[in-house]
Design a protein around this ligand. Structure first.
Ligand SMILES: Nc1ncnc2c1ncn2[C@@H]1O[C@H](COP(=O)(O)OP(=O)(O)O)[C@@H](O)[C@H]1O
Ligand SMILES: [Mg+2]
Length: 302
């Protein structure tokens, strides 16, 4: 079945190549599309949307590997395109709402806590005084505090405060602090890869210092299977309604697992090397099985 897939990314690289191979192996054709080149175009033939490479007919399916950053207006437009595609009954994997929820670390933490999933004490504030008050309270109670950009990734912009450290200027965080109590416990963290509600691979990430992102030089090792940890990661991905997700967890000094964040567009090069599963194949298989077997999609593509 020749389905036409749009692979959304600005930087296909190794992950894009693996996904293209996996789609091609299932008889689909893939075009790499940057959201920067997509537009709302009410005079287009394709229902008011312009997607490069799909000028006469919109794609049969959309796999989102990367959404570029930008101004608020740019990001709203990129998400509008994803929402509009889905509103036209085109499967979008992960969809715009799942991406919105997880890119916003504050909303992620709130939704996780509301779903009964343990997260470290966290505050998201847009006032410098409010932020300072929280840091003073936490310091006086003997805690350390992590400051994160609300939309950060790959460990960028993270600062850990201890003792007499002062909160960095609010402007360094584009006007919003995401403040989280530092988890004192195991120094490595756990990354669980969840696909369609099921943990498919799990690794430990050992950073050179306290930030355990692979992009910051962390070493990945295969983690022993731990059903409790996997079940927590599965529940976390479910709470954010993710088709697939990379869930970051840490164990605190009492041995209790805490969910640190959920990634809706996780990289998997380190995970694949550590765990030996073909992640692109696993994702494309799930995408095909759950979304691309519908009669109406076949009819459109024929
Ligand atoms: N509250 C915390 N306590 C201890 N370590 C943390 C905490 N928050 C983040 N880290 C460390 O920093 C890494 C990156 O944080 P994360 O919230 O996942 O942001 P990013 O989106 O940049 O990956 C985590 O994987 C973990 O190693
Ligand atoms: Mg992370």
């Amino acid at each position: 079945m020749n389905l036409r897939i749009a692979l959304i990314t600005d930087d296909p690289g190794w992950h894009g190549a693996r996904l293209c191979e996996a789609f091609t192996a299932r008889g689909s054709s893939v075009r790499v599309v940057s959201l920067r080149d997509c537009a709302i175009d009410l005079v287009s033939k394709t229902h008011g949307l312009r997607v490069p490479g799909f000028e006469s007919c919109l794609p049969d399916g959309v796999f989102v590997r990367g959404v570029p950053g930008g101004t608020l207006q740019q990001v709203v437009l990129y998400l509008d395109v994803l929402h509009a595609l889905e509103a036209m009954d085109i499967p979008v994997y992960n969809n715009g709402r799942a991406i919105e929820r997880s890119v916003d670390k504050g909303m992620t933490s709130l939704l996780l806590q509301r779903a009964g999933i343990p997260v470290p004490p966290t505050w998201v504030v847009s006032s410098a005084e409010y932020g300072q008050r929280i840091w003073a309270q936490e310091r006086d109670a003997g805690h350390r505090l992590v400051v994160k950009p609300l939309f950060g990734s790959q460990g960028q912009g993270l600062v850990r405060l201890s003792g007499d450290d002062v909160l960095p200027p609010l402007a360094d965080y584009q006007g919003v602090y995401y403040l989280q109590r530092f988890v004192e416990g195991e120094r490595f963290d756990w990354r669980v890869f969840v696909v369609n509600g099921r943990a498919r691979a799990c690794m430990q990430r050992h950073g050179e210092h306290w930030i355990n992102n692979v992009a910051r030089g962390a070493v990945c090792t295969l983690a022993p299977r731990d059903r409790k940890l996997e079940a927590l990661a599965e529940a976390a991905a479910g709470a954010l309604a993710m088709d697939y997700a990379g869930v970051d967890l840490m164990r605190d000094e009492c041995g209790k697992l805490q969910v640190i964040e959920i990634n809706s567009m996780p990289a998997w090069k380190g995970l694949q090397a550590a765990c030996g599963i073909d992640v692109a194949d696993c994702l494309v298989e799930d995408f095909h099985n759950r979304y691309m077997q519908r009669e109406d999609i076949v009819a459109v593509s024929e």
